[in-house]
Design a protein around this ligand. Structure first.
Ligand SMILES: Cc1cc2nc3c(=O)[nH]c(=O)nc-3n(C[C@H](O)[C@H](O)[C@H](O)COP(=O)(O)OP(=O)(O)OC[C@H]3O[C@@H](n4cnc5c(N)ncnc54)[C@H](O)[C@@H]3O)c2cc1C
Length: 380
């Protein structure tokens, strides 16, 4: 068993999974979260997140996905609940780009099925989609929906039983990554290591990340379909539109969760403490691309307009690296970090335990070289 006291700042999926991975290795872990656990304003807290092997030109992240699915399988085994609903993901391509060829190549390498659907079948199968301008419809297996809020709730309940001390509503005012300390209103806490997983607030604690991990204000909409499309949506898969103007991603409704649409374009504006009421400016772009993806978008009933923040790096890669002599910063986001969180957390824990080299952490997390990544068969 390892010994040592690890302090974690942030109780989103990154912080919670890192606490889980370290506690299972025998570390004494304390986690500090400025809000409630889970925090409704974190990037992680939402009804769902998409998980998929298909990664377009970011083939390195695709190559990490079999191990990511395996990491989720282990976590769900420990939680005693599998908050992942497998379902295919369909990609509506509206113009030629490299996405299809690179995705097909990397899925084939992983043994994940990927096939084109005849365009003549799209309108009948997906009556909710616009078919004008469609150049390909691609079905991929090895995808699904992670029920994010349920995962966060179960992890929060499970961690104390593993010995993790949770400190909700405890803002960390400063981190000293050389000394291994965090400062809260109650005083200074000393650890052997500090992991900063502060999401879109990370640059408030580590100003050197300002301009590197940039907060990005994003809008999503929850909708109820018009009656004539309700049945089609009930059995729908994950739908991703790689269209002009950025395209959309759609998670279908399931019992207990709602139909959601978001877009792929980073706003790279705002601060996560800004007002969360969705403005016309927030919604205009999303509505414009949604009208380009769905037929009759204006017939849907809007249930909620939600503003979320995440961090975006310039190249959309994860930033996970050593800070000072005792710190590790985990900014594994750019809008695609949830699905990889248990795997990244396991890698951080393995690095702290000396099973992996600290110097390798940033390049592993940036996943630039797909062929350098060892992968095990997926476990969907
Ligand atoms: C709209 C949207 C859609 C997305 N879709 C997907 C998807 O389909 N698939 C996917 O894989 N990913 C997706 N993502 C990205 C994914 O949700 C994020 O990458 C992930 O949730 C980031 O988790 P995190 O723990 O790093 O950050 P967060 O969840 O934001 O957690 C950080 C926590 O740190 C706390 N904190 C900050 N500062 C302090 C402090 N000083 N003291 C104490 N606590 C502090 C915050 O309160 C917060 O709870 C999406 C994100 C958004 C917003």
């Amino acid at each position: 068993m390892a010994h040592g006291r690890i302090l974690i700042v942030g109780g989103g999926i990154a912080g919670l999974c890192t606490a889980w991975a370290l506690a299972r290795r025998g570390y004494a872990v304390e986690l500090f979260e400025r809000g409630d656990l889970p925090n409704q304003h974190s990037s992680s807290c939402d009804e769902h997140r998409i998980i998929r092997h298909a990664y377009g030109e970011m083939e390195g992240y695709g190559a990490l996905m079999p191990a990511a699915f395996e990491a989720w399988r282990r976590l769900f085994g420990d939680l005693g609940a599998r908050h992942l609903e497998p379902m295919p993901a369909y990609y509506a391509l509206r113009g030629e780009d490299d996405w299809y060829e690179t995705t097909r190549r990397s899925l084939r390498r992983m043994g994940v099925d990927c096939a084109e659907m005849p365009l003549s079948e799209v309108a009948d199968t997906f009556p909710m989609l616009r078919t004008d301008g469609l150049t390909r419809m691609v079905r991929t297996e090895g995808a699904g929906v992670l029920y994010a809020a349920r995962i966060l709730a179960d992890l929060t309940n499970r961690l104390p039983a593993l010995g993790v001390r949770l400190h909700p509503r405890t803002a960390v005012r400063a981190v000293d990554c050389e000394a291994g300390t965090v400062a809260t209103a109650a005083g200074m806490v000393q650890g052997d290591r500090v992991v900063v997983a502060a999401g879109a607030w990370v640059a408030d604690l580590l100003p050197e990340l300002a301009g590197v991990a940039v907060p990005s204000r994003q809008a999503v909409m929850y909708l109820a379909p018009p009656p004539q499309l309700a049945a089609a949506w009930r059995d729908a898969p994950v739908l991703i539109d790689i269209g002009g103007g950025g395209g959309t991603y759609t998670i279908p409704p399931r019992p207990g969760t709602r139909l959601k649409i978001g877009d792929h374009v980073f706003s790279r504006t705002g601060h996560p403490d800004d007002d969360r009421a969705a403005t016309t400016g927030d919604l205009d772009r999303l509505i414009a691309v949604a009208r380009g993806s769905w037929r009759d978008f204006d017939q849907y009933t809007v249930l909620e307009r939600r503003i979320c923040y995440y961090t975006a790096t310039a190249d959309e890669r994860f930033l996970v690296r050593a800070e000072g002599g005792r710190g590790i910063v985990c900014s594994a986001c750019s809008g695609h970090g949830f699905k990889l969180a248990p795997l990244v957390a396991d890698r951080i824990a393995a690095t702290i335990a000396g099973e992996r080299e600290l110097a390798m952490l940033p390049s592993w997390a940036a996943a630039r070289d797909a062929h350098a990544i060892e992968f095990e068969p997926g476990a969907l």
